[in-house]
Design a protein around this ligand. Structure first.
Ligand code: AMP
Ligand code: GLY
Length: 426
């Protein structure tokens, strides 16, 4: 393979981890990140283009002879980044807008599941509030109410009571709390079990396993308090070993690829299946059309193979002959957030001790919501840093990650102390 120029799109911990993995590739000649963060600036050239400025991303890719674009978040894919790059010949490791509807529309994902026989919660779609309220009155609680469209993690209510379900329906369908995203809703059966994130790299027809991780979505220890974008992850998830992950490709990824191809919208890129390990076996909670954050930060330190040729093979339809090898290690990623997150939080808080933390053996630091002010690192977002530790056991990985967290001098940083602590999932 010839050498490659790569553009990563995004600015979070996930994109810093992707930039780090790609920068280790002997095939890489230039790496750009748009818009990036102070962490990606140490590995790549940051380009001041927003993730939704598709014309500017395409122009940049063409003008700089980019060989591969790697989108981090879903928004540019749902908005058509892959479609806009296709006529230019620049590869994009992500789906077209039509295929990104697997994440962009929950009812579309459910239709694919039903058509392809993919195990998932039973569901119905509504856009009329009276019909939705009547359905809940007949079904009872617990029950799950979801905005159909993208809602930045705010579109799902797991309602323990009918009153909670009714309030969610009224907010979405009567009060338009999420606008168009919530003008259609999905109401589904409430599942119980541990959740895991499964990642596959897809080339339209074939796929390979990118591993699995368990996210910790709640802000508080022991899974309490409000949901967040994710407060930490462990990979591999205890109780969901590689053979179970491979089996899950046959249940959740390959049938979806066949169905998407049959509809004339083949799926290329990372397909992330959010699974619940229920007493009746694993079931799909949702698809995402991208890597997870903070799962990626826990997956990539375990990757032994070069990531770059795998992403290119996915774009070129050549994954069938491809395989990746992984280190037999556990990685734990701990998110350090600004106090107040996921509610209101301050920006500009000083962050010290980054070099000391990064020097902890078997630890790595990925930036997310950071900024440089007069040469000093400060906070600039809710999830500020992801601190990773790697080791032969979950205990060793946790020890490395938390030793690095404690080496930070970031007084307004908060984090969960129990990431990766559950060692038996099911
Ligand atoms: P999402 O915003 O789509 O990631 O969903 C947020 C969370 O809601 C998921 O991580 C699950 O914990 C929960 N959830 C979604 N669907 C269901 C379901 N059918 N049963 C139980 N919990 C669910
Ligand atoms: N950590 C969950 C996500 O990336 O959607």
């Amino acid at each position: 393979m010839t050498t490659l120029k790569v553009l990563v799109v995004g600015s979070g911990g996930r994109e810093h981890a992707l930039a780090w993995a790609l920068s280790n590739s002997p095939l890489l000649t230039r790496l750009y990140v748009a818009p990036g963060n102070p962490g990606t600036a140490t590995l790549a050239e940051n380009v001041p283009i927003g993730v939704l400025d598709i014309p500017a991303l395409v122009d940049f890719a063409v003008a700089h002879g980019i060989d591969l674009v790697v989108p981090g978040p879903e928004a540019p894919l749902v908005a058509g980044l892959a479609d806009a790059l296709a006529p230019t010949g620049v590869r994009c490791c992500g789906p077209t807008a039509a295929a990104a509807a697997l994440e962009g529309s929950k009812s579309f994902a459910k239709e694919i599941c039903d058509a392809a026989g993919i195990p998932t919660a039973r569901w119905e779609r509504f856009s009329d509030a009276a019909a939705a309220l009547d359905f809940v009155a007949r079904r009872g609680a617990p029950i799950v109410i979801k905005a159909d469209g993208l809602a930045a993690g705010k579109g799902v209510t797991v309602a323990a009571t009918e009153a909670e379900a009714n309030a969610a329906i009224t907010a979405l369908l009567t009060e338009n709390a999420l606008g168009e995203s919530g003008a259609t809703i999905v109401i589904e059966e409430c599942l119980t079990g541990e959740e895991v994130s499964l990642f596959a790299l897809c080339d339209g027809t074939a796929c390979i396993l990118l591993g699995a991780a368990q996210d910790h979505k709640r802000i508080g220890e022991n899974d309490t308090g409000p949901n967040t974008g994710g407060m930490g992850a462990i990979s591999p998830p205890p109780g969901f070993p590689p053979d179970a992950q491979e089996a899950a490709l046959d249940l959740f990824i390959r049938p979806a690829l066949r169905e998407m191809a049959a509809r004339g919208t083949p799926y290329t890129g990372i397909l992330f299946a959010g699974l619940m390990l229920t007493p009746d076996g694993p079931k799909l909670i949702e698809y995402n059309v991208r890597f997870g954050d903070p799962e990626t930060q826990a997956l990539l330190p375990r990757l032994q193979s070069d990531l770059l040729p795998a992403l290119v093979a996915a774009c070129d339809g050549e994954l069938a002959q491809f395989s990746l090898s992984w280190l037999d290690l556990t990685c734990v990623s701990v998110v350090v957030a600004e106090r107040g997150y996921p509610g209101a939080y301050a920006k500009g808080s000083p962050i010290g001790g980054i070099d000391r933390a990064a020097a902890v053996p078997h630890a790595a630091i990925f930036h997310a919501g950071t900024d440089l002010r007069d040469g000093h690192l400060v906070s600039a977002g809710g999830r500020v840093l992801t601190v990773c530790g790697t080791g032969p056991t979950a205990t060793a990985a946790r020890a490395a990650a938390y030793a690095a967290v404690e080496a930070l001098d970031y007084p307004s940083g908060v984090y969960r102390r129990d990431i990766g602590k559950k060692d038996v999932l099911f």
